[in-house]
Write a protein that binds this ligand. Structure first.
Ligand code: GCU
Length: 436
């Protein structure tokens, strides 16, 4: 990829209104990191089709019975941590339902998922919209959100989250609590009506229901991680204990457990997706849980779709330092030592196989390393080919706004770090191709 082209930046600084500048500076690009393709170090990627003992993986059976389980163990042990099985006493309670939501085109349902018996035990809230008038169970998109379910749509019937969240005036969060002002503030990231009109259900969950997104979040009273640590009689965080990303991913699987019990959504046609840290989460959810039909990563970057060995934009040290709760403790062993990692992120993409997987980047989102995300998709291709499937089908990073791919999809959207209507449009088209 060419270097980012901002020769006009100085001109802009002098001439354009403050609004445009604030959009530009909103591009997260901390100093002291590499954004220069010519300075990407040489690296050798671990081969997705070679067992740790050196044997080649030559047929689909060797992939699914040997190499895939081996890679899962490596990612659990060194990157995301190990997660518990679904809790025995888990219960689903319908908290609210409106069959005439969105002007009558959808049914809105809120479901409380209780992970254990007591009312104070950890739980999460699913917000679900299902199109009305479908012939049978519909395919769905499922993803976590950053600031509460009520931010996804201005629909006044959505319960305002009472959980801890990061204070943020523009999101209407004051003193770590959501206020009425936060209703619908993220509606631009969740084109609910479009999704419904295309015949899909949409479900979302606040990630902070599972683990609050802060350095000590894993220990928070409400966190599923704290609950299981106590239940399993551990006081300290184990080196391969699940971090927040794995716990969030686990929550997505519990939502899928719910869909298996409910008839409105076709649980065999659920696409799991997420943006940024929640895109890393969607990829890991898709790896851990093969019931997800499609896996979609939007601008997930380091620890998501981007190759760690490229050290372009965010690095392993930086992510482990800024977000000490996201990955397992063992991942810190690879701070400044990415080449020692037994895996790299193309193998995470390959863990979606044979299911369709989509990776999306944005031109200005250099922190997430668009080219590294593309290369991950590319280097996952041999696994798809071994399984008799088309992979990505192109060798070079495509031009902006030019979606490519077959069973592996990819696009580089023009613009910054976000999930937009354009991105959703591609995911809907991809799902139409694979699920209809
Ligand atoms: C930070 C972080 C990224 C992450 C992003 C997000 O920029 O460094 O790894 O993807 O936040 O979740 O928005």
């Amino acid at each position: 990829m060419k270097r980012p082209q901002f020769p006009f930046r100085a001109v802009l600084c002098a001439a354009v209104p403050a609004l445009i500048m604030s959009t530009l500076s909103a591009q997260h690009r901390p100093d002291g990191f590499n954004y220069d393709e010519s300075r990407v170090p040489e690296y050798t990627l671990p081969d997705p089709l070679r067992l740790e003992n050196g044997d080649a993986v030559e047929d689909p059976r060797a992939w699914s019975e040997k190499r895939r389980p081996e890679l899962m163990e490596l990612f659990r042990e060194h990157v995301y941590g190990r997660q518990p099985a679904a809790p025995e006493g888990m219960r689903f309670e319908i908290r609210s339902e409106d069959t005439e939501a969105l002007g009558g085109k959808a049914t809105r349902r809120e479901i409380t998922v209780r992970f254990a018996e007591g009312r104070d035990d950890p739980s999460m809230e699913i917000l679900l919209y299902v199109p009305n008038g479908a012939d049978g169970p519909v395919p769905a998109f499922l993803g976590l959100n950053f600031f509460g379910n009520h931010t996804a749509h201005a629909d006044p019937g959505i319960t305002l989250s009472t959980r801890w969240m990061r204070s943020n005036r523009s999101m209407g969060v004051v003193d770590n609590r959501a206020t009425e002002a936060s209703r619908g503030v993220r509606a631009d990231r969740w084109p609910v009506e479009t999704i419904i009109d295309r015949g899909y259900a949409l479900a979302t969950i606040y990630c902070g229901d599972l683990v609050p997104d802060r350095a000590d979040g894993l220990e928070a009273d409400s966190a599923v991680t704290a609950y299981f640590r106590e239940k399993e009689g551990r006081n300290e965080r184990g080196k391969d204990e699940w971090g927040a990303i794995a716990a969030w991913a686990w929550g997505l699987s519990r939502a899928l457990d719910y869909f298996e019990t409910a008839d409105a959504v076709d649980a065999a046609r659920v696409s799991v997706l997420g943006h940024s840290r929640l895109g890393k989460t969607a990829l890991w959810a898709g790896a851990e849980d093969e019931r997800f039909a499609i896996v979609i990563s939007n601008n997930s970057g380091c620890g998501g779709a981007a190759l760690s060995r490229r050290r372009f934009g965010e690095t392993v040290r930086r992510i482990n330092t800024n977000f000490p709760h996201w990955f397992c403790l063992n991942f810190r062993d690879y701070n400044d030592d990415e080449d020692a990692l037994p895996v790299d992120q193309h193998q995470l993409i390959a863990l979606a196989a044979p299911r369709p997987v989509y990776v999306a980047s944005a031109t200005e989102d250099l922190w997430a390393d668009p080219k590294g995300e593309f290369l991950s998709a590319k280097h996952a291709e041999p696994v798809y080919r071994l399984l008799g499937l088309d992979g990505l089908g192109v060798d070079e990073l495509p031009a902006p706004n030019t979606p490519v791919g077959h069973t592996i999809g990819y696009h580089l959207r023009e613009g910054g770090h976000s999930i937009t209507e354009y991105d959703w449009e591609q995911y809907l088209n991809f799902a139409d191709r694979h699920l209809r």
